[in-house]
Design a binder for this molecule. Sequence first.
Ligand code: ZN
Ligand code: ZN
Length: 422
Amino acid sequence: MNTTKQTSSDPALRNLGALLPDLADLYKDVHSHPELSMQETRTAGIAAKRLTAAGFEVTSGVGKTGVVGLLRNGDGPTVMLRADMDALPVQEATGLPYASKVTATDRDGNTVPVSHMCGHDMHVTWLAGATKLLAEARSSWRGTLMAVFQPAEETGEGAQAMIDDGLFKRFPKPDVILGQHVMVGPAGTVAGRAGAITSAADSLQIKLFGRGAHGSMPQASIDPVVMAASTVLRLQTIVSREVAATESAVLTVGVLQAGTKENVIPDDAIIKLNVRTFDAGVRTRVLAAIERIVNAEAAASGAPRKPEITTIDHYPLNVNNQEATQRVVEAFRGHFGAARVRPTGPAPASEDFGSFGGEWHVPSVFWFVGGTDPDVYAKARDANKLNELPVNHSPKFAPVLHPTLETGVESLVVAARAWMPA
Ligand code: ZN
Ligand code: ZN
């Protein structure tokens, strides 16, 4: 896909071609040096150094490892561009020459493999590229550009950590907040929608209490394994029996743990589950149903104690502002051409990007940038096998470098420019 012709349409994008080799090196470097959530010191250092070199006022350590860059360039709107920086505790299996071999210590003290299997390395590179190009072309726009490199998106903590560290007090309030994510989709395309763009997510841990005994004497026990099994099955009825056909929710039990030996009935069992919803009312109902079923199953087993339900993490519903989205999509169509701007449904993925706009009361827009080789995507689509393409968080998630890299820089620049007067 040839994008070089279109890159000349905006003065800020004229130098993109010349910058690409540097950005490709940056991407490979960040990819091969991934850092776990709230440990992104190297990546943050690179972001800060690049922003400083581009002429931004830089504040580091916002929300532990977050970086904020401001480029004040006369009267005009303030536009905030956000990228997340953290990687995942996943063993990379892409086979790329620059694949991660990194391990790190997680907060439980375990040594874990680390890799950028959500593509936040691409987000860092896009924002580094877009800020440099916009800084170089500052004679062609007015306003304030605010670059935010955020920690710990994967744990749902980073946006809130920056907010709690005074983001809203220490920096100018933006007129719009823009962000983007690399996803499965033909590379060279962007996809957006007004309204809900990513789901609310709630992760819960449920501890069920029974009474352990010898496996040969179940009558002496209150078996938490059976209690947990019934609970897991009954939880499946929430989506199938309590959520209307016109509404949607996902409830996945990802962890079910009990016992250490086949002839010992354990004392307790652990369930960890994840809920995705696209509507505040549905979310409230689903969470209430979980609590009701968990307590009722424990009571049905004669549990000695009520189960403990604790929140592991929560991501807000991420809602794209109607007017701001229209402005971004029109700018995309003007730059990329209509064929490269795809519609999308809301993704059942979750993002803490929504916290910035939601809590600051600023319109925000979040969109997806395709990262799949267009030929591979077309073949999978024709074979009705799109579900088999490696998705974010898969150990084989590997966006094609080109044109994913240039497309995401272009989309960020073009969207920002939609608010910046000449
Ligand atoms: Zn992720
Ligand atoms: Zn992500």
